[in-house]
Design a protein. Structure first.
Length: 119
């Protein structure tokens, strides 16, 4: 129901935009979020956006570099990632919360998309 895409291999300092397309239900009334996970480590919260896009919330390690946005008409959420660092390498997951914002404990998860940053 949540399909993430846009991952790939980039170099430090590059930009990348991830997309998360929802299908099967309308997520326009849900808060949305991005998480990431490095193999061997716990999944961590990256960013969240309120259902109407007016509220955004970020983990400290991405503030000023990443931007979350959404287009409810397209049932799609984005994560614009700028000034990528080696430590941003991870599998990125989109997620949805029916009622909670920030969406730090999602009820719905998408599959991940791999982002690899190299020097």
């Amino acid at each position: 129901q949540l399909q993430a895409s846009g991952g790939g291999a980039v170099q430090t300092g590059d930009s990348l935009r991830l997309s998360c397309a929802a299908s099967g239900r309308t997520f326009s009334s849900y808060a949305m979020a991005w998480f990431r996970q490095v193999p061997g480590k716990e999944r961590e919260f990256v960013a969240s956006i309120s259902w109407n896009g007016l509220g955004t919330y970020y983990a400290d390690f991405v503030k000023g570099r990443f931007a979350i946005s959404r287009e409810n008409a397209k049932n799609t959420v984005y994560l614009q990632m700028n000034s990528l660092k080696l430590e941003d390498t991870a599998v990125y997951y989109c997620a949805a919360c029916r009622t909670n914002y920030p969406c730090t404990g999602p009820e719905y998860w998408g599959q991940g998309t791999l982002v690899t940053v190299s020097s």
